[in-house]
Design a protein around this ligand. Structure first.
Ligand code: PMP
Length: 353
């Protein structure tokens, strides 16, 4: 087992049990004397993997039957474009601008239709989730980023979008807390934080949206292609999906989403309390909107921050440097980071002071 504590924002820590199992069966999957990596995606063994991953995801967050679960490629970034390409058709869309990732989604949407910025926290450097929204009545959809990985802010309560489909980029907080999937028309997430390795994007989408999507697009960019072919129109990222299946197995073994949420609340509380009670550190996000996945904080000077990160790294606490666009420090405490890992970090922070 690794002696390092991994706080990278993504690709990020994976459960050690998952890594061990993947290692154990890397060369001989399921007794077939071959690796899962070197068998056909149409084989019975892989079919069980992808179906198993989908079924576990459906059960874990309660995906209704009228939604499809797809394993795509191109990262969450391709979704920034695929969503407006399929759903906007020169119409109006509402976007809520909460930071760097929302901005990237907005940039792509502008290529395919009108974008109404229904709310923004740019005035305060994206340190909060805007509450008063100016939603358009005729929008094709509303898009939000449920957790801004860089700024460390997270939606705590969903806006009411009425009949307008709500789309959420959940790249950095999917499977970390209970959600009501039926409140969303679409959820998407790059796998490399809470789901598995990079290279897979999970898309959960209501079937009517898929069916109504544009047909004038190259085959790979239409959601219906992936729905109709069970994510196997072309060769899917088989090894990534295999790891996702193991991660889902691990999540189930932890007691389901409620247990996961409780653990995440405990971890975040300990870390934020340490930041708040210790004059050496201060949080950058408004308390109400603090992310339970990406804890952003600063020290009194950049010199101190550099020293903090250097000494932390030397002590085995990896990945604490804030995103290059904002600086400071960030501890990403995804599902696979244990409470003991956060306790160890907190001890380090107290000692550093
Ligand atoms: N959205 C969010 C919230 C993210 O954190 C990231 C990546 N860190 C992305 C989108 C982009 O994901 P990808 O690199 O998979 O395209």
């Amino acid at each position: 087992m690794s002696k390092k504590y991994n706080f990278y924002a993504g690709p990020a820590i994976l459960p050690s049990e998952v890594m061990q199992k993947a290692k154990d069966e890397l060369l001989n999957y399921n007794g077939i004397d071959l690796s899962i990596m070197e068998i056909s995606h149409r084989s019975k063994d892989f079919d069980e993997v992808i179906t198993g991953a989908e079924n576990k995801i459906r059960k874990f967050i309660g995906v209704p039957n009228n939604y499809s679960v797809m394993f795509l490629q191109g990262g969450a970034s391709l979704q920034f474009g695929m969503i407006p390409m399929n759903l906007l058709n020169n119409g109006v869309s509402d976007y809520i601008n909460t930071g760097a990732w929302a901005k990237k989604a907005i940039k792509e949407a502008k290529l395919f239709g009108k974008v109404n910025i229904a709310g923004t926290s740019e005035d305060e450097n994206f340190n909060y989730i805007p509450t008063s929204l100016n939603l358009s009545s005729n929008a094709e959809y509303v898009h939000l980023t449920s957790n801004e990985t860089i700024g460390g802010i997270q939606w705590q309560e969903l806006p009411d979008t009425g009949d307008v489909p709500l789309i959420a980029d959940m790249s950095s907080d999917i499977f970390s807390r209970k959600i009501d999937v039926s409140k969303y028309a679409m959820i998407y997430a790059g796998a490399q934080k809470n789901i598995g390795p990079s290279g897979v994007t999970l898309v959960i989408m209501r079937n009517d949206l898929i069916e109504n999507g544009s047909k004038d697009l190259t085959t790979m960019l239409q959601y219906r292609t992936h729905k109709d072919k069970g994510s196997m129109y072309n060769t899917p990222p088989t090894f990534g999906i295999y790891i996702i299946n193991l991660v889902m197995e691990w999540l189930e073994s932890k007691g389901g989403i409620s247990a996961m949420e409780e653990e995440n609340n405990k971890k975040a509380k300990l870390l934020y309390t340490t930041i708040d009670e210790n004059e050496m550190y201060y949080g950058t996000a408004k308390v109400r909107d603090r992310s339970k996945m990406n804890v952003t904080f600063r020290l009194k000077s950049e010199e101190l921050e550099a020293r903090f990160i250097k000494e932390a790294t030397e002590s085995g606490f990896i990945g604490l440097k804030g995103h290059r666009s904002v600086g400071g420090c960030r501890a990403s405490i995804y599902n696979a980071m244990s409470f003991d890992g956060v306790k160890a970090l907190v001890n380090f922070m107290n000692n550093f002071k």
